[in-house]
Structures are given as structure tokens and as C-alpha cells.
Design a protein around this ligand. Structure first.
Ligand SMILES: NC(=O)c1ccc[n+]([C@@H]2O[C@H](COP(=O)([O-])OP(=O)(O)OC[C@H]3O[C@@H](n4cnc5c(N)ncnc54)[C@H](O)[C@@H]3O)[C@@H](O)[C@H]2O)c1
Length: 351
């Protein structure tokens, strides 16, 4: 396989590249990434000289560049991780870039796959496109749950997903779409909740929990997601959508308490802050379709604490990666902190 990995310098993309090169050392991978604030080539330092790996800086909204890279490297498959991914930014920082990359960018990749007659395209999407479940007894999301996103980030991702369906039906482009739940693991940009909390606690700062902390997400280890995407590249059926989740629903408060336990800290380190606008209450995934193809999570629900402990230890032990990230991305981290504080102020003045 000669695979174009769009957005491979981010959290999931870089974990996926590590996973795939280890499992299939003979595959060739071209990582095509714009290197936004979330892209970090330090995630891939250990494999940058691997002869079967190459990095090209580029934007998925640039069709000419996509075509050039596909032709020059004789690409036969594409997987897309490239996206604007931070929900708070899509709320407070404007969402034009979200629509450009998450919707238009996917359409450009679909055009490139069609023009170059490629074998398969896997578009990595999110369970957030389904909107929210309200009650504990509500049915989990299945692949036939209507797409009804509540946040700009999720709406822009849904735009990309709908384009995939339209290109499959209209042009027979061989595209598979996945809807995965919340990922955790190494190399995640520390504006996302788990590394954000770990870094705050490492500095003895309190961690902010939105609202009552009872918003529920289904958490999956990033390597289980990578394993599912490997399966999708090989046996995913074009035109189909697959949910990916590991039956591991946890409230934000539960996650926070687990992190505190793993780090030997007490609950006095929790600070409750005003809830985020449009904060979806519960996401839960029915992953029976992909399980029927032979996939299962190695970090199943009973191994979650182990996975979380390994993740916390990874951030604690990889001090060089952490320090370089903070040195390079200080401005972005401050912007994120400002957004968090602004969100709190807006909500306070509205109530
Ligand atoms: N993180 C999660 O929990 C989660 C869960 C389900 C699905 N997803 C999906 O998985 C994918 C990857 O998520 P992530 O958490 O690794 O994101 P991330 O923010 O860590 O990484 C995104 C990567 O895309 C690159 N990028 C952004 N815009 C680009 C563009 N226009 N052209 C080329 N590259 C561009 C960035 O430089 C970065 O390397 C996303 O599509 C996201 O919607 C994420």
C-alpha cells in the first residue's frame, strides 16, 4: 500500500502512522499536513528517517497540491485526519477555518481520489455529528442515527461526511466514513481535556470542570482507533459508515477523579466552572457493525484505568516533548486559556 495520510502530524494521525509502520514495515506512507497550531512534527521524530515515510507540508483545500503529491508518489489509498478539531475554538474563535478544512477540504480529497482513480479513501469523522443524547436510557448512536450536529465543529465535520456519501452515490468514489468517540493517549495537544488537566496538575494548579461535570462521553484508546482504521483501509466497504467506540461511557467528573487518583491528588484540586454553550449531554456509540468485522478494543472498559494511567505517565515521562511543545505553542495555549475564561465570563453575565 502507498498511503497518503492527510493530517498525520496531529494527535490521532501520528499515533496511526506509528501503528501502521510497525505493523506493515513494507507500506509506504506520505504524511500531508498543513502544520496548523495542532500539527507537531515532534510526534514523529523517531520515524522521520524511515525510508518508507515522508512528510510533505500542504493544505487539503489545495487540489493542485493534492494531485501533485498523489501522482509523484504513486499513491493508491488515502486516509484523512486533517481537521480543525477544537470545539471551544469553533465557538469562540470563529468557525470559517472549520468549514474550509472539515467540509471543503474533504471535498477536495474526494475530487483528488476521483481524478486519480484511487483504490480507497477513509475519512475519519466523529460521533459528534449525531448531536446529543439526553438521558442515560436513550439508545446509543447507530450508523442510521440521523446526523444532527449541535456545534459548529461537528456541523463542519458532518458537511464532509455528507460530501463523502454524495461522491459515492454520484461518482462511485470508493470512500468509507468512520464515526469515532473521544480518544485518549499520547501526543495529544494539551487544549484537550486529559492532557490539559494532567499539565495543570503537574504545575499544582486546579482543574476546571464544566457545569456539574456529568456530561458523558465514550472514551477509546487512540491505538484501538488506529486498529479500527487499519481494518477500514483493508476491508471497510465503500459507501458504508462505521461507528467506532469501546463501550466506555464516563462522565467528565469520573475522568477527572480518575486522573486525580492516578496522580495521587485529592478532589480539592477540582474547580467547577460555568458550562460551555451548547455542551452536548451524552454521546454513546453502538459499534456492533465494526465488531462484526472482527474489531474489538484492547483497552476495553475494564482496562480504562490502566490506559489512563499509561497516558498520564507518558505525559509525565516525555518531558522533552512537553517542553518543546509549550515553548513553540505558547501563544496558542494562552489563546485557549483566554477562550476558557471568556466563556466563563459570558455565561456568568448571561445568567
Ligand atoms: N480527538 C478525538 O477525540 C477525535 C474523536 C473522533 C474523531 N476525531 C477526528 O479525527 C481526526 C484527527 O483528530 P485529532 O484529534 O488528531 O486532531 P488534531 O487537531 O490533533 O490534528 C489535526 C491535524 O490536521 C492538520 N490540519 C488541519 N487543517 C489542515 C489542512 N487544511 N490541511 C492539512 N492538514 C491540516 C493539523 O496540522 C494537525 O496536524 C479529526 O478529523 C477529528 O475530527 C477526533
Amino acid at each position: 500500500m502507498i498511503l497518503l495520510v492527510c493530517g498525520g502530524a496531529g494527535f490521532i494521525g501520528s499515533n496511526f502512522i506509528h501503528y501502521l509502520l510497525k505493523k506493515y514495515p513494507e507500506y509506504k506512507l506520505v504524511n500531508f499536513d498543513k502544520l496548523t497550531y495542532a500539527g507537531n512534527l515532534d510526534n514523529l521524530r523517531d520515524i522521520e528517517n524511515n525510508p518508507n515515510y515522508k512528510f510533505v507540508q500542504g493544505d487539503i483545500t489545495d487540489l493542485d497540491k493534492l494531485n501533485e503529491v498523489i501522482k509523484a508518489n504513486k499513491i493508491d489509498h488515502v486516509i484523512n485526519f486533517a481537521a480543525e478539531t477544537h470545539v471551544d475554538r469553533s465557538i469562540h474563535g470563529g468557525c470559517k477555518d472549520f468549514v474550509l478544512t472539515n467540509t471543503l477540504g474533504v471535498q477536495m480529497i474526494l475530487d483528488a481520489v476521483k481524478i486519480n482513480n484511487l483504490e480507497k479513501f477513509v475519512n475519519v469523522s466523529t460521533d459528534e455529528v449525531y448531536g446529543a443524547l439526553e438521558l442515560a436510557e436513550d439508545r446509543e448512536f447507530t450508523e442510521s442515527t440521523p446526523i444532527w450536529p449541535n456545534m459548529p465543529y461537528a456541523a463542519a465535520k458532518a458537511g464532509g461526511d455528507l460530501m463523502c456519501n454524495a461522491y459515492f452515490v454520484t461518482h462511485k468514489v470508493p470512500v468509507v466514513v468512520t464515526h469515532c468517540s473521544n480518544n485518549y493517549g499520547p501526543y495529544q495537544f494539551p487544549e484537550k481535556v486529559i492532557p490539559f488537566f494532567v499539565f495543570k496538575l503537574m504545575k499544582s494548579e486546579k482543574v476546571p470542570v464544566y457545569g456539574d461535570g456529568l456530561n458523558v462521553r465514550d472514551w477509546i484508546h487512540v491505538l484501538d482507533h488506529a486498529k479500527a482504521l487499519d481494518l477500514m483501509l483493508h476491508v471497510g466497504v465503500p459507501g458504508e459508515v462505521y461507528n467506532v467506540g469501546s463501550d466506555n461511557e464516563r462522565s467528565n467528573l469520573e475522568i477527572t477523579k480518575m486522573i486525580l487518583k492516578v496522580m495521587n491528588l485529592g478532589e480539592e484540586m477540582i474547580e467547577y466552572v460555568t458550562d460551555r454553550p451548547g455542551h452536548d449531554r451524552r454521546y454513546a456509540i453502538d459499534a456492533s457493525k465494526i465488531k462484526s468485522l472482527g474489531w474489538s478494543a484492547d483497552y476495553s472498559r475494564d482496562k480504562f484505568e490502566q490506559g489512563l494511567r499509561e497516558t498520564v505517565e507518558w505525559y509525565q515521562n516525555n518531558t522533552e516533548w512537553v517542553e518543546k511543545l509549550f515553548a513553540k505553542k505558547k501563544g496558542e495555549m494562552n489563546k485557549f486559556q483566554d477562550n476558557l475564561e471568556r466563556s466563563n465570563d459570558i455565561m456568568k453575565s448571561a445568567t
